[in-house]
Design a protein around this ligand. Structure first.
Ligand code: PMP
Length: 390
């Protein structure tokens, strides 16, 4: 039977993520991988998770193992609403939907907002997983200029801003670049969004992972009436839980709820119950500082190795939080082609090209540094420096 002719146009258009393909290579333990975007497993609070599973299963197994509501476990939604209300706006639980990882939020956003050909505004570069999720709904991506200070809304034309269904923004320690959007740029975005009646999606899985100073206030707190905020427990607890949340104006939240019903009925009941048990008495405020210290230390090792080894003409940013940094090679070098040489020497990274929706800068690459031991970071960077130098 020929299956491929049965696939929908939508399915035919799906491509495997370049990162997932590279991760296959990096399963080899000899490879030093700066490619994967995985959190450091030593940061997973195993004892707290075990105790919470025990407690939930001993005290309330029947409801924890039962189907539950699509919008999520009410006490967890209340917890999210109160946590999201700390930097300015007042968020109510009916604005919160618990999702199966914030990746699901991207899919729901696609389903709820994008018809074929609709304009979606994205950063340059932007999160590959969002491009993949939105692409299923065949939008027209329009790229908005971004630099060290993050997305620059002053470069957005009124025509594009008014035509767009939404702008997808990653203000904190962006994937892939590690950049943080400055106070000035956030203020500018608010001004442009208000002037053009533009809806903004704020994807923020890394905001809590700052090294020395907290980032400026969220976009949600500045204009809750026009922001869909996505958060995640993946980087502050563990990604295997598949737990995230959306905060949105109530009318939009109800649409997400309807779309989610058709997708998976609801997010894992037991995962929600256990995570609520873990976070309800303030555990994250004790736990997150240890992740910040760990990641800051890892970033410093990577930055020192880059300074020591990289040839002239190779430049990178100094992230103020998160798990990534972004390297730009001299013009004319192609990071995708050089990856083959790197893998031949047992070092992997992710080339920048797939993170661009439109015109790609093929001399860029992403380095992830939180899961690689210091010695291997130094060795891996030295190898890359040799390859780029040649
Ligand atoms: N958004 C961004 C920017 C990410 O980097 C990730 C994880 N790689 C996600 C969303 C999805 O995270 P999760 O589904 O684990 O919450």
């Amino acid at each position: 039977m020929s299956y491929s002719q049965l696939f929908s146009q939508r399915a035919t258009a799906i491509k495997s993520s370049v990162i997932r393909e590279i991760l296959k290579v990096t399963a080899n333990p000899d490879v030093i991988s700066f490619a994967g975007g995985l959190p450091a497993p030593e940061s997973f609070p195993v004892a707290q998770m075990k105790a919470a599973f025990d407690k939930v299963l001993v005290t309330d197994a029947q409801s924890a193992l039962q189907y539950s509501t699509t919008d999520g476990y009410a006490p967890l939604r209340e917890w999210v609403a109160s946590r999201m209300s700390t930097d300015g706006a007042t968020i109510t639980p009916d604005q919160v939907i618990i999702v199966s990882g914030s990746q699901q939020a991207l899919d729901l956003i696609g389903k709820v907002f994008i018809d074929e050909g609709d304009t979606v505004l994205v950063e340059t570069p932007t999160y590959l997983g969002a491009l993949q999720a939105f692409s299923l709904f065949a939008p027209k991506f329009v790229s908005v200029a971004s630099d060290e200070q993050g997305l620059d809304a002053s470069q957005l034309t009124a025509e594009d801003a008014q035509a767009a269904k939404f702008l997808y923004a990653l203000p904190n320690f962006q994937n892939p670049t590690g950049r943080m959007m400055s106070e000035e740029r956030r203020a500018k975005l608010v001004e442009v969004a208000r002037a053009n009646d533009l809806l903004v999606v704020e994807d923020d899985p890394y905001g809590a992972l700052w090294y020395q100073a907290a980032p400026p206030a969220s976009l949600l707190s500045r204009m809750p009436e026009r922001v869909i905020h996505m958060g995640s427990f993946s980087k502050v607890l563990a990604p295997g839980l598949r737990l995230g949340y959306i905060v949105a104006p109530v009318e939009i939240a109800r649409k997400f709820e309807q779309a989610k019903q058709a997708t998976d009925l609801h997010t894992s009941t037991i995962a929600q119950r256990v995570v609520y048990e873990v976070v309800k008495d303030g555990f994250l405020d004790e736990h997150i500082p240890s992740i910040r210290t760990l990641y800051h230390g890892q970033a410093q090792v990577m930055l020192e190795a880059l300074s020591e080894h990289m040839p002239n003409g190779v430049v990178w940013n100094v992230p103020a939080g998160g798990m990534f940094l972004w390297v730009t090679l001299p013009d004319g070098l192609n990071a995708e082609k050089l990856l083959e040489k790197a893998v031949a020497r047992n070092v992997a990274y992710v080339p920048g090209t797939p993170f661009y929706a439109n015109v790609a800068q093929d001399n860029t690459l992403r380095l992830a540094f939180v899961t690689v031991p210091a010695e291997k970071i130094r060795h891996g960077v030295a190898q890359l420096a040799q390859i780029f130098g040649e």
